[in-house]
Ligand binder design. Structure first.
Ligand SMILES: Nc1nc2c(ncn2[C@@H]2O[C@H](COP(=O)(O)OP(=O)(O)OP(=O)(O)O)[C@@H](O)[C@H]2O)c(=O)[nH]1
Length: 319
């Protein structure tokens, strides 16, 4: 991915680095929790298609000197549901497109067949930097952590050859221990590159911008003359609904529509809420197609008289 985005090999972009990374590991290894800790907010947008990749962005770490884009792995951590060539293709595709791989192994569980299976897959990819991340460090004492680090190092030498993993980092995503270090280490393996995505809050990320645009379109349908520039759409949150079956996920998308006057609010909402329901239904179809998953769309219409003049609001609204 990043290679296609590189502008020139000779330019070092003022020391800026940007690229793609994937966290792999068996189920329950702590990948999602670590992703959220790294990204620093609840982002779990699914199935948006960034640039040239087919892979889902799980979150983006923005820094003054770097950008780390965490993508999802299809299949790697679910070996039982995929067989043979298909699995190998999927794995090879994902792993070939990232700049570094973070291999998560929990500190509090012995290395097992699931870990070894993944380790072997990683070794088969060859030449990609693999950073071993020993997760849930808070669950064990120092001695047990040391022992696990040694066992993980031994696994690295076993599958990757003498040099083993590029780095081994213990981390606790829940108490923040070494989360920054994980980011530092992964970023050290990113290539020199300009930022690949705009910085900022969820509202500035490509998926949220597109979601907002779909809602804006639907909300203005047929009433464009009455609501010219006074409508701002802010995606507050895109989060997966908890306790959904894995094969039938649902995303909660919470959105505020800001208008300037109560009369405009009435137009958007319509008689008894009928128009807003229609807006929601129309927008939802587009959003589901965009994100590739079912969506529960929660729309709120608010009057924010001065939003066009308030700099803080403007930033929030993505201007
Ligand atoms: N104590 C502790 N628990 C953690 C930590 N990270 C994750 N957990 C817990 O471990 C469990 C699994 O974490 P997830 O982040 O969902 O693991 P995952 O690898 O994304 O799991 P799959 O989606 O099944 O692949 C959850 O109950 C987390 O709360 C940690 O640093 N410390």
């Amino acid at each position: 991915m990043s290679k296609k985005n590189k502008v020139a090999d000779t330019d070092d972009f003022g020391g800026f680095r940007a690229g793609f990374s994937v966290l792999v590991g068996r189920p329950n290894a702590g990948k999602s929790t670590l992703t959220n800790a790294l990204v620093g907010k609840k982002v779990a947008i699914t199935s948006a298609k960034p640039q040239t990749t087919r892979h889902t962005i799980r979150g983006i770490v923005h820094r003054d000197d770097a950008q780390l884009i965490l993508v999802d792995t299809p299949g790697l951590h679910r070996p039982r549901t995929l067989l043979g060539k298909r699995l190998n293709d999927l794995v090879a595709d994902t792993l070939a497109e990232v700049d570094a791989i973070g291999f998560c192994l929990p500190a509090n569980e012995k290395i097992g067949p699931g870990d070894k299976f993944i380790a072997a897959q990683l070794a088969a990819v060859g030449r990609k930097p693999v950073v071993a991340i020993v997760t849930k460090a808070d669950l064990v004492d120092k001695q047990a952590l040391t022992e696990q680090l040694l066992a993980v190092a031994a696994l690295g030498r076993e599958v990757m050859g003498e040099d083993g993993w590029k780095d081994i980092v213990p981390v606790s995503a829940t108490d923040g221990f070494q989360v920054e270090t994980v980011a530092d280490v992964l970023i050290s393996h990113m290539p020199p590159s300009p930022p690949l995505y705009p910085d900022g809050e969820l509202t500035d990320e490509p998926e949220a911008v597109m979601v907002a645009e779909l809602i804006r379109e639907a909300a203005l349908e047929g009433v464009r003359d009455e609501l010219p520039h006074s409508l701002a759409v802010v995606v507050e949150e895109i989060v997966p609904r908890e306790d959904r079956p894995e094969d039938n996920p649902l995303l909660d998308v919470r959105v505020n529509l800001y208008v300037e006057r109560p009369s405009q609010k009435a137009i958007i909402i319509g008689k008894g809420g009928s128009r807003l329901r229609e807006v929601g239904t129309n927008a939802r179809k587009g959003i589901e197609a965009l994100l590739g998953t079912r969506v529960y769309l929660d729309l709120h219409v608010k009057v924010a008289k001065d939003w066009q003049r308030d700099p803080k609001q403007l930033v929030k609204l993505g201007f």
